[in-house]
Design a protein around this ligand. Sequence first.
Ligand code: PLP
Length: 377
Amino acid sequence: MAVDHDDTVPDGDGTRCVHGGRREATTGAPLHPGPVLSAPFHLGLPGEPTPTDFYGRADNPTWRALEEAIGELDGGECVLFASGMAAIAAVLRIGATRGGLVLPSDGYYQARALAHSELGPLGVAIGEAPTVGERPSLEGAGLVLAETPSNPGLDVCDIAAVAGAAHAAGALLAVDNTTATPLGQSPLALGADFTVASDTKALSGHGDVLLGHVSTRDAELAAALRTARTRGGAAPGPFETWLAHRGLGTLDLRLARQAANAAALVDVLLAHPAATDVRWPGHPADPAHALASRQMRRWNGVLRFTLPSAEAVGRFLAASRLTGSATSFGGLQSTADRRERWGDAVAPGLLRYSAGCEDTADLVADVRGALDAVLAG
Ligand code: PLP
């Protein structure tokens, strides 16, 4: 029986998350196909064309399903990688073939470490630029990497303006979209050449996989990414890919709860004497709010605040029943990460806090109690 449906109405975030990359209904086929775990595939006899799937490092049907779903959300062609860092490494290597690299001075530290310790010694010029503030000359740059909202500072840069400056200098722009997720922000629509992300975080959402991806609208760059993956060997595991696809189905729901929890926590933090330096771009009083409201579609659960010392962080974590002490973010459970321990140039008491999917009232009561415990000493 034909079902009436109006193709002119664009699907919403929830529908796109649930249906993205799902195969057409075929009688007798599984509604939820499992991961394809084979490394080799049947090649047939001499003279037959090489099939799309011939070896699991080059392609895999489970990858293609998730790539279709993420690509649709990003508005480009998605190439999966084994982790966020594998995705960033591929982008930096492609950029380095075109000139120098400019990285965020206040973004995810391993991207900078990779550029300085592995690409710099090969003769690639490495520069740094803060997410907010004066940006250096881009002369000779082959690729600019921006991270917005940045991690852990939660600063926001103007993607369209940075894309304009990069392109004027002949460089490509890659945006690390990990904190925003494809639902929160569309860097490709704002002029970026690549959007790159750690899908280990909110996209897969359950803290049980490592995965990353890069999307682009440029067919040549997409082909270069696929080649970089095949040659560099940063191939995602099909089972991890399948788990991430399952997680993506609830991204819209999880983000909504996480953002609601973050908004409620920010109100508590701003009013509490134990916390200073509270940042969350979704709050109207945040310095990044005006710009973030223009270029982001929706908020997420990642915020930051500073407690008086590392010892105060210890008291906070010991007193909180719901906050896990863990790095990473975007998971079901609320977590806090003291970023100085990883070498970020921040105060010893700075916490990047990832609001999870707990009930808002429970989380607010728990965090308020933990902040009180900080003051109680
Ligand atoms: N980009 C950002 C903003 C991150 O926070 C991280 C990890 O924390 C990465 C990239 C690297 O991702 P992965 O851990 O999946 O390699």
